[in-house]
Design a protein around this ligand. Structure first.
Ligand code: FES
Length: 107
């Protein structure tokens, strides 16, 4: 199964079932991950910084392209409620702007 590793979160790599968003997979694995708009692509709180394997993710959605054009989503970032991982692996990290105050990040 495709795997998502978040380098600054404790725990093993997160399996991403076919057709499942990264956000859904993170939640299923028990991670507390922000999603202020309810996973509708209308905020950017669910962002993740992709360090490797970006080519394995589904192409950016219209929401992601809009936020990139507005400068609110960096080219290296994806919205976890939009991106899926059909195959392969991705290494990523929680960017500073997306950290929750009560979660113990590793860096
Ligand atoms: S949860 Fe709002 S854009 Fe992903």
């Amino acid at each position: 199964m495709p795997l998502l590793t978040i380098e600054n979160l404790p725990g093993p790599p997160v399996p991403v079932p076919t057709g499942t968003t990264l956000l859904a997979a993170l939640h299923r694995a028990g991670h507390d991950w922000p999603h202020a708009c309810g996973a509708r692509g209308r905020c950017t709180t669910c962002r993740v910084q992709v360090l490797a394997g970006a080519e394995n993710l589904t192409p950016p959605t219209a929401s992601e392209l809009r936020y990139q054009a507005l400068g609110r989503l960096l080219p290296t970032e994806r919205l976890t409620c939009q991106a899926r991982l059909p195959a392969g692996e991705v290494l990523a990290r929680v960017p500073e702007a997306a950290k929750l105050p009560h979660v113990a990040y590793l860096g």
